[in-house]
Design a protein around this ligand. Sequence first.
Ligand SMILES: Nc1nc2c(ncn2[C@@H]2O[C@H](COP(=O)(O)OP(=O)(O)OP(=O)(O)O)[C@@H](O)[C@H]2O)c(=O)[nH]1
Ligand SMILES: [Mg+2]
Length: 248
Amino acid sequence: MSATEHPRRVAVVPAYNEQATVATVLDQLYPLVDRLVVVDDGSTDETRQRIEQWLPGHPEARLLVFDENRGMSAAYHAAFTDLRAALARDELGADDLVFTVDADGQHELAVFERLESLMVSGILDALLVRRDLSTYPRYKRLGNWTLSAWASLWAGHRLLDVESGYRVFRLGALTDALDYYRGYRYSETVEVAVVMCRLHYKVRNDELVAVPIFRSRTTLMDAAIDFMAIPLAAARVWTRRGRSQPAR
Ligand SMILES: Nc1nc2c(ncn2[C@@H]2O[C@H](COP(=O)(O)OP(=O)(O)OP(=O)(O)O)[C@@H](O)[C@H]2O)c(=O)[nH]1
Ligand SMILES: [Mg+2]
């Protein structure tokens, strides 16, 4: 990419049982991006059919499917691996931007331009959107604060909403980080944040964005898994790359 060119935008949308919202989210997202990857994570409702009905007329969109539910982290891993292959084929560049967006309409797409300009002007590798959780129940906010503080300790960088699924990554940094984590259930979000910080990539997690609707399907078990996944992700970087050797 030359200095005058804009990075391409790629959207990744994991979807599990989102028949009510998925087509609307894809409709709103498609005009904002150059390429879109949606993953149906073995939905048992009409999600897959809704996506298949939506696909014609959207040539830059691609559907990956799991026949059985494998969890959000596996859905991201499949999509990111697909993008890594596109990078290797030179279809995409290391400076292209990957936006991750939930299929449930929880992510405010009106801020897309703002997120891109923050990435470009700040020369960021990752912008983990900080969701405005003021409409969330108190126990959710407390859990989020605790997990973010715990992750900050291991990341060596202050993280304010480490569970956020609304993110922008530079593709080159993301594919590098992919060598250090896979994620289980929801742990992809906390693991990639810790890994990227530990690899000395430039990460921000302070840009506050409103959440249009509250809906939660995560459980206390998911929080416990994330809690354990955080030090393990940091340790993976330490053991594989060494404590002092920066990535870039
Ligand atoms: N719940 C769930 N979502 C999945 C799964 N696989 C993919 N997803 C998708 O991953 C995205 C995030 O899941 P959500 O359940 O909205 O979780 P969240 O918004 O990060 O967290 P909460 O606000 O605590 O519920 C959505 O687009 C889901 O459709 C899965 O196995 N379970
Ligand atoms: Mg959600």
